[in-house]
Design a protein around this ligand. Structure first.
Ligand code: EPZ
Length: 416
């Protein structure tokens, strides 16, 4: 099992390039199931989750051709529209094959993802929406089995805002008979990126990016080429790392346009943030000020940036209140940060973080993707060495992490 050994105390300075967005790439790769023609994606990030999704699609019979950041998929004849537990348990986003498989083939068997470290994360809204579109859905032996001769357009309302739920139902509706309206839809930029690709494939979609998405079903979709949007969470993570270490960095191939509320919080913390055409510059203050946050669906503060801001607040001046409203158990990084000397009190979904001077390096354990990022940020600023265990979590969502950090002046080594 790989570990990351970080020698803290070095400010991040210089330039790093941001990769394509993991949470846009995952649904986009599944969209290729909706057509028999080839679909080509550019700016695909080299991440374990992407490799897992490509393996899952290939296992179903999709032709997969990968050349660096370019991937071409062709789902002309599938011989096995099943996503097995072995595949799904390592990556919950596998559930995103369900909608496209039912829409295109009228039959899909996808293992229930099961919980993960940050919460139960059920898929009841995905199922409810497909049933409303006429699919017969049974859940047996841990598998969701959906069958229907042809999906019918329907008016769908999700009980809560769900990103992959919205994406699954939007993809399914593209090939349904008639019109579908998704109310209470997720407005995340990754949903819009997916809608843009589906429209390029011939889908008729309006309202993506708002909470009401309208889809008029068509009989078939054709191939397309799509370049994946930049990863706003990777961008935010590096901005936080530069802020915490007192650095001065420039991130290229990205933009602040999907990070307004995160940029606002970095400005409140005392950072200078400058937007260029497709780059962002951040200059940290000598001392950060604590900033309180409350996570909520886009365009509010993203839950995927909560852990990183807990690390910032651990070394900032003052006290911050962090409210996590999306997932029921997304504070696992708090107890690990405490091992590094952070002062954090947890009360249900609220964490009170009191900046109390420098952190001390220690051995800590990563529990989930964004929690790991928060431990890296803390390790970069802690005095002495920090050893982070179970960094396979990091490899799921951050491309070439140690290379990018070391190029910015950090001292990070992968050891096993
Ligand atoms: C997506 O997960 C992201 N993953 C997550 O990023 C992100 O944290 C999350 O959206 C929230 O923004 C991908 O896009 C691949 P949800 P998703 O459905 O779609 C509940 C990362 O670190 N819910 O929006 O699984 C659910 O339990 C990952 O990159 C139901 O109850 O999240 C949660 O409390 C982590 N029933 C809330 O809704 C359902 O059917 C929001 O979940 C669906 C969701």
């Amino acid at each position: 099992m790989d570990k990351l050994l970080i020698e803290g105390g070095y400010a991040l300075n210089g330039e790093a390039a941001i990769s394509g967005a993991k949470n846009a790439a995952l649904p986009l790769l599944c969209a290729a199931l909706l057509t028999r023609e080839p679909v080509t994606f550019h700016n695909v990030p080299a991440l374990n989750d992407i490799a897992t999704m490509l393996k899952l699609l290939a296992q179903m019979g999709v032709k997969v051709e990968q050349d660096g950041e370019r991937v071409t998929l062709q789902a002309d004849a599938l011989d096995n529209p099943v996503a097995t537990y072995e595949m799904v348990k390592t990556m919950r986003a596998s559930i995103l094959v369900l909608g496209p498989l039912v829409a295109r083939f009228g039959d899909a068997k996808v293992s229930l993802p099961g919980g993960c470290a940050i919460g139960a994360r059920p898929v009841d809204q995905h199922i409810k929406g497909l049933q409303a579109m006429g699919a017969e859905v049974t859940v047996e032996h841990g598998y969701v089995h959906a069958k229907v001769p042809k999906l019918k357009g329907a008016r769908l309302f999700t009980d809560m805002v769900t990103v992959t739920g919205t994406e699954n139902l939007m993809m399914a509706a593209c090939l349904a008979d008639g019109d579908t309206v998704i109310e209470n839809a997720a407005r995340e930029p990754e949903v819009v990126d997916l809608a843009n690709c589906l429209v390029a494939m011939g889908a008729q979609i309006s309202g993506a990016g708002t909470d009401v998405i309208r889809i008029r079903g068509v009989t078939s979709l054709h191939g397309a080429t799509h370049s994946i949007m930049p990863d706003r969470i990777e961008t935010g993570t590096y901005l936080c790392a530069a802020a915490a270490t007192g650095g001065n960095i420039r991130l290229t191939r990205t933009s602040t346009s999907y990070l307004d509320v995160v940029i606002d919080k970095l400005l409140d913390a005392g950072c200078d943030v400058m937007q260029e055409r497709d780059a962002i510059r951040l200059k940290a203050p000598a001392k950060l000020k604590a900033v309180s946050i409350r996570t909520a669906p886009y365009p509010a503060f993203p839950t995927d940036m909560q852990a990183q801001f807990m690390a910032i607040n651990a070394v900032a001046e003052g006290t911050a209140v962090i409210r996590e409203t999306i997932f029921e158990n997304r504070f696992m990084h708090a107890v690990e940060l405490t091992r590094l000397g952070a002062k954090i009190a947890i009360d249900g979904n609220t964490a009170i973080v009191t900046g109390n001077g420098p952190l001390q390096g220690a051995t800590v354990m990563a529990t989930d993707l964004r929690a790991s990022a928060s431990l890296v940020i803390a390790g970069l600023v802690a005095q002495g060495e920090t050893l982070i265990e179970r960094i396979y979590h990091l490899d799921r969502g951050y491309e070439k992490l140690e290379q990018k950090l070391n190029a910015l002046g950090a001292r990070v080594k992968r050891v096993n």
